[in-house]
Design a protein. Sequence first.
Length: 235
Amino acid sequence: MSRTPLWHAIATSLTQDIADTRYTPGDKLPTEAELSARFGVNRHTVRRALADLAEQGLVHARRGSGVFVTPRPTDYPIGKRVRFHQNLRAAGRLPGKEMLSLETRRADATEAEALALPPGAQVHVSQGLSLADGQPIALFISAFPADPLPHLPEALQRLRSVTAALTECGIPDYTRASTRVSAVLADATQALHLRLTEGDPLLRSVAINVDPDGRPVEYGLCWFAGDRVTLTLSD
């Protein structure tokens, strides 16, 4: 009777660990040395087991960082009405936001053009992370016209939702006027925030949202972790 190869037994054990949520999507697995000690084998055997998991798409290696459980991509529709919390809940994920900065300053040339503002106009700018089940999936920067929305920063800080904050400030609805999506590579800062490795693929979205009268109310840039989000187009 043939014996089960050690690497196969280790791969099966780690697969069960992932199924039992001992290691969840995005988690880093123990190092090769730690796994070698756990199973009483050499690193070559552990490496063969990890290669098998990678072939199954269960894990992926990040150069210089280790081996991670492959995240389950989140479907994120992009249409006329893009609502972060609603989209995540519809995908069966728990939405969350982490605010990194919030300031009011003079609009730069790109922001002023996108928001149809005169030179020197003020904008509220928020930067933060969008989370799904506690894991960062996107880094965002949004600019809003300051003059018609004087109380927006306080509402954003308290509500952590653009839709809810705009509603409280007198804009009960807004729609997407334009969206541009491109593929880019993560720089060092983006990688740090998104818990990625510098050079990992990102999906970059540049969008303008308008109120029911067609006036721009948000100019947003968003960098989605390429392996955690599937952008889908809808009307």
